[in-house]
Design a protein around this ligand. Sequence first.
Ligand SMILES: [Zn+2]
Length: 151
Amino acid sequence: MTPANNKSAKKVPVLEAFIKAKCPRCRRGDIYSTPTYGFSAQRMHERCSHCNLHYEREPGYWYVAMFVSYTFNVAEMVTFAVGTHILTGSNSPWLYVGVLMAVVFLLSPFNYRYSRVALLYWLTPGLNYEPWRAEDKAPLPGDGKAGEKPD
Ligand SMILES: [Zn+2]
């Protein structure tokens, strides 16, 4: 079997990995152990289950995600304010306050999650996709590939 047709060596597109919140280095391990929207708080894995990347790069690393989240919020609020104006043409400030409060509330789990993922993917120097790390070096317990022989 050549590396080209080896399923485990297939490159994962960055957008797909970002949306699924996969590890930025191997794009296989999950960053979060819980879904974006749910009744319990979102929880992150400390390390990638596949390549063992420690997600919190240094102490206080997640504070930077606060600025990314702020950027997301501004972009969403401007988008929805303009959209509300185009759709309704209203000049009532209470309509805009209501719409934007709802948007900020409803999108806060999304912003929380993807501000950290965006920080890991695009705002961390020296942290890049390394496709070779996605390969199956040794079978991991429970991944169903225990019988596969190395080349
Ligand atoms: Zn990884």
